[in-house]
Structures are given as structure tokens and as C-alpha cells.
Ligand binder design. Structure first.
Ligand code: FAD
Length: 363
């Protein structure tokens, strides 16, 4: 008997979980979602992400393990499948101790410390000598990261799943248990994997009060600064951020950003956009021609996404709702890509546990 599985949600969490599940021929998977790759919507975080690998999980936490376990998968995809839209990029990270109490500083606390756990995970980690740092920087480091072109990578994941027999359907549910009746076989699903991100705050049968948005505003430009850059904070406000990265295969450069908790505003704020662009040029003058300011930036679009932050960390656990077995995988804040494979592997193990069926093929 096959395992009939519904994956609810087609962001990076749902697609990565479906991708791993689809590698077991015993799994019959339907991915159901209100939004699919190609859509841009404030209820759909994944297309807005940079997206890069800048670990932020506290050492010893599940979050740390999920990020650590994701790097080998991203590295393998980057090396083996250039069509997935991921490339390696040099990352430069700067830390100012004065940022450590701010929202942005706390988000980046693990990332910016001089001796982080991830130095043994990513290639080429090295501290930047003090003599090469601007006076306001307390420490800095460089390593090789990846930058994911989400407009290419999400459809690539859809393609991999489809090749393995996964069926994709649009659907919107008020209550999670209803998704069990929408499996493509016409029969009830054995398990629902809940990957609805921030919407789990409102979804019947879940209604997770611990979820909150961390609003991220970005400007996408055609200019290329070279390496990826990130800073612990800014002088423009405690929930503003400064980072940039150039997406693979012509995806443009993302200039960020902000980390505004409890802010649901879907519209770009023009003043914030100006500050984002000014800060970017200040730290990376090579973005524009000599002597130019923000008029030298060639803007593709402005954007806003809501990071699905969850107090206490992501929810990756089993549950039962109205007699239906559920495995949750949501609440990945600003790290949904860089923890995607680690979280999806945990979710797959839980699916195997709740269905009581051993997989026929291992990854
Ligand atoms: P989502 O992408 O929001 O997907 C949710 C899915 O569930 C959608 O398909 C939606 O339609 C569906 N759904 C929800 N409710 C229902 C319902 N009731 N019925 C049917 N379908 C439903 N992460 C990184 O790792 N690196 C980065 O560099 C990075 N940068 C970021 C920059 C910005 C500006 C933002 C906003 C985020 C960034 N992130 C980054 C975070 C990352 O984007 C998120 O953690 C991730 O996209 C969350 O994915 P998800 O699949 O859990 O949720």
C-alpha cells in the first residue's frame, strides 16, 4: 500500500519536503497550495528571499542542526545542477558591537561572532584582519556562501517533484483537516504535512499564536557589487538591516533591508527604500559609477516579504487534528532556505514515524 501524503504549501518548506518525500517510490504525494512558484504575494514569503546561506542558529539548538545539515544539500545542488539557479558567492560579514541589543543585531548574533560554529561547515572561512576593517567595525569575516535565484530554484524544485510523480494542485483551505480529502487519488490522505508558513497563524486546526511577521523590504537592482555583504545593524533604526547579494543566472542584486516585527504592511515604504539604497552604496561604492549616488542604481523592482517568525523557533513536529495525522514544518523566519533541507529531513522522518511505513528507497 502506498503512503498517501498531502503537502500543504508550495514555498521552499513545502517543496523541499515534497522533493525528499518524492524520492521514495512508495509515497504518493499531492502538493496543495494557494500560491505556487511564479506568484508574488504578501502571503507567500519564499519568492521574496535573497536568498543566501548566512547561518543564525544558536550553537547547540535544533536551528543550528538544521542549518548545518542544509549546507551539504545546497552545495551538492549548486555543483551538480546549474539549472537550479544557485551559485557560490564570496560573503563578507561585518560586526559592530553597538548593534547587539537591536532587533537586527539579535537576529545576526551568531552570524557575526568571530568564532562561529559554521566556520567548520562553509568553505574558506577566515577572519578579516583588523587593519583591513573600517574603524566602526569591531570584527569581520569572509567565507564562501551560496546565493539562490528563487525565481529559478522554486520552479526547479517543482520540476524535480513532478519528475518523481508528485501532483500539484491549487487549493485554499480554512481548516487543515479538509486538505486530507483533496489527495489526487480521490482517497483520504494518510498524513498532511503542514508547510503554510505565517498562514498557520490563521489556519483552522492550527492557529499558532506564536507566529509573527518580521517584515523585510528589498530593492532589486541590475548593478553588481561583487561579493555578498552583510552588517550587524545600521544607524537608521534598530529594525533596519544592511545586506546585499547577487542572485545566480541573471537574477539581479537584492539590496536589503529591514526586520520589522509585527509589521504586516505589504507596500514598499519609499523612505525606507531610499535608506536601503544609500546604505548599500556607502558600504559598497562599487555598486555605482564613481561619484554617483542612488541615481546610479538601475532598479528592477521594490519588494516586501513577511518572514514567518515563530517565538521559540520553527515547529517541526507531529500532531493529530480531527483524527487526521499531521506533520508540521513551518515558522522558519529569515532562514527558510538555509535550514530547508535540515527541516525537511526532520519532517520526512516524522512522516515515516506517523505512517508506520518504512521507506522503500533511501536518499
Ligand atoms: P511560504 O513561502 O510563505 O509558503 C507558504 C505556502 O503555504 C504558500 O504556497 C501558500 O500559498 C500556502 N498556504 C498558506 N495557507 C494556505 C491555505 N490556507 N490553503 C492553501 N495554501 C496555503 N531565508 C533564507 O534562508 N535566506 C535568505 O537569504 C532569506 N532572505 C529573506 C529575505 C526576505 C525579504 C524575506 C521576506 C525572507 C527571507 N528569507 C530568507 C526567509 C524565507 O523566505 C522564509 O523563511 C521561507 O520562504 C518560508 O517558506 P515557507 O515555505 O515556510 O512559507
Amino acid at each position: 500500500m502506498p503512503n498517501r501524503i498531502v503537502v500543504l504549501g508550495a514555498g521552499v518548506s513545502g517543496l523541499t519536503t515534497a522533493y525528499l518525500l518524492s524520492q521514495d517510490p512508495n509515497n504518493e504525494i499531492t502538493v496543495l497550495a494557494k500560491h505556487m512558484p511564479g506568484d508574488y504575494d504578501i502571503e507567500y514569503a519564499s519568492p521574496w528571499a535573497g536568498a543566501n546561506y548566512l547561518p543564525v542558529g544558536k550553537e547547540g539548538s535544533n536551528h543550528h542542526a538544521w542549518e548545518r545539515d542544509t549546507w551539504p544539500a545546497l552545495k551538492e545542488i549548486t555543483e551538480k545542477y546549474p539549472e537550479a539557479g544557485i551559485h557560490f558567492q564570496d560573503a563578507i560579514i561585518y560586526n559592530r558591537k553597538k548593534d547587539q541589543e537591536t532587533a537586527t543585531g539579535q537576529w545576526f548574533a551568531e552570524l557575526v561572532q568571530p568564532n562561529p560554529w559554521y566556520k567548520d561547515v562553509v568553505p574558506d572561512f577566515r577572519n578579516i584582519p583588523q587593519s583591513e576593517l573600517r574603524p566602526e567595525m569591531d570584527n569581520g569575516q569572509r567565507f564562501t556562501s551560496v546565493c539562490i535565484n528563487t525565481a529559478v530554484y522554486l520552479p526547479w524544485l517543482v520540476g524535480q517533484c513532478t519528475k518523481n510523480g508528485t501532483v500539484f494542485k491549487r487549493a485554499v483551505f480554512e481548516h487543515i483537516a479538509d486538505a486530507a480529502n483533496a489527495h489526487h487519488s480521490g482517497r483520504k490522505a494518510d498524513v498532511i504535512v503542514n508547510c503554510t508558513g505565517l498562514s498557520s497563524k490563521f489556519l483552522g486546526g492550527v492557529r499558532d499564536e506564536k507566529l509573527l511577521p518580521a517584515r523585510g523590504q528589498i530593492v532589486v537592482v541590475r548593478n553588481d557589487p561583487g561579493p555578498m555583504i552583510g552588517l550587524s545593524g545600521t544607524d537608521d533604526g534598530e529594525d533596519e538591516a544592511l545586506y546585499m547579494m547577487t542572485r545566480a543566472v541573471g537574477g539581479g542584486t537584492i539590496l536589503g533591508g529591514s526586520y520589522q516585527k509585527h509589521n504586516w504592511d505589504a507596500l514598499p515604504d519609499a523612505n525606507l527604500a531610499n535608506r536601503i539604497m544609500k546604505r548599500a552604496i556607502d558600504i559598497a561604492p562599487q555598486l555605482v559609477k564613481e561619484g554617483q549616488g542612488i541615481e546610479g542604481l538601475d532598479i528592477i523592482r521594490h519588494g516586501v516579504g513577511l518572514r514567518p517568525l515563530r517565538e521559540g523557533g520553527p515547529r517541526v513536529e507531529k500532531d493529530e487534528v480531527a483524527g487526521i495525522k499531521v506533520v508540521h514544518n513551518y515558522g522558519h523566519g529569515g532562514f527558510g532556505y538555509q535550514a530547508s533541507f535540515g527541516c525537511a529531513q526532520s519532517a520526512v522522518a516524522l512522516v515515516e514515524e506517523v505512517t508506520g511505513k518504512k521507506p522503500r528507497a533511501k536518499l
